[in-house]
Design a protein around this ligand. Structure first.
Ligand SMILES: O=C[C@H](O)[C@H](O)[C@H](O)COP(=O)(O)O
Length: 258
């Protein structure tokens, strides 16, 4: 007999957020859907699959990297390409941290370049996360810093040039792989530098984004500013906090099967 292993509080919170966001934002008329990366999006895919074959057979799903491509394929959903579908109805993705204006740190899994392309290409970009990601100031909860994808040739230079910013990071390091000698290599063949900025700098993430993006060799910065329409945070008590881009915040009870 199959046994059901209870989810931990954090996994339960991720699932609550994902299920609630899918129920509210992935509607039958939505045909081109972006699937983000990380440990929360598998629950997004599960919920989409549960909407049934009759609706999913007419949909195409775009991936933000190798992991989400596997999720889409293994779920029996149709994989599409951004070159064919540059405009998406909805993209749902996780985040490493989200502030009250829905600015996000993303790229803990080194997928932020493709994630940003699918987020900006979507008519609606929705973030799903557990309660730990719901923050007042970016960097308060997520310690590794802002992920910066950089062309390998320019990585060492970037570690020097980033120190010349008006508000430089407190520290910046090349992200090293685990289970592999040497640096993390992204799905685009680039490296990642993680830069920890202090609370003063992170109180204006748009400024940090613009400053870092201008440094030579930077491919993309894991700061998503003014992109998300809503963020769903699963809580330990079974509720979901919903934050909208206009500043509205509400607390809702999740559906009984979430
Ligand atoms: O590169 C990875 C992504 O930005 C993820 O969406 C982010 O790290 C959040 O992942 P998780 O859902 O595992 O917290």
């Amino acid at each position: 007999m199959a046994t059901t292993i209870p989810l931990t509080a954090i996994e339960g919170a991720k699932r609550l957020a994902a299920f609630t966001a899918v129920d509210r934002h992935i509607l039958s008329q939505h045909k081109v859907i972006g699937i983000g990366s990380g440990s929360t999006v598998p629950y997004v895919v599960d919920r989409i699959v549960s909407q049934g074959l009759s609706v999913n057979k007419d949909r195409v799903f775009l991936a933000t990297g190798f992991q989400s491509q596997q999720l889409i394929v293994n779920a029996g959903l149709r994989l599409g390409d951004i070159d064919q579908f540059p405009v998406l109805d909805v993209t749902i993705d996780g985040a490493d941290e989200v502030d009250p204006d829905l600015n996000c740190i993303k790229g803990g899994g080194a997928c932020h370049l493709r994630e940003k392309v699918l987020a900006e290409g979507a008519k609606t970009f929705i973030v799903v996360a557990d309660y730990r990601k719901n923050s007042q100031v970016l960097g308060a909860n997520y310690a590794p810093g802002v992920p910066i994808e950089v062309a390998p040739f320019a990585a060492t230079s970037l570690l020097r040039s980033i120190k010349t910013l008006k508000t430089p990071p407190l520290n910046a390091n090349l992200r090293m792989g685990t289970g592999k000698a040497g640096p993390v290599v992204t799905d685009n063949g680039n490296f990642v530098v993680d830069a920890v900025f202090g609370p003063e700098a992170m109180s204006d993430p748009v400024r940090v984004l613009h400053a870092v993006k201008l440094l030579t060799g930077v491919v993309e910065v894991g700061l998503f500013c003014n992109v998300a329409k809503a963020a769903y945070f699963g809580n330990q008590d079974g509720s979901v906090t919903v934050k909208l881009a206009d500043g509205q915040v509400s607390q809702i009870e999740a559906s009984s099967d979430a």
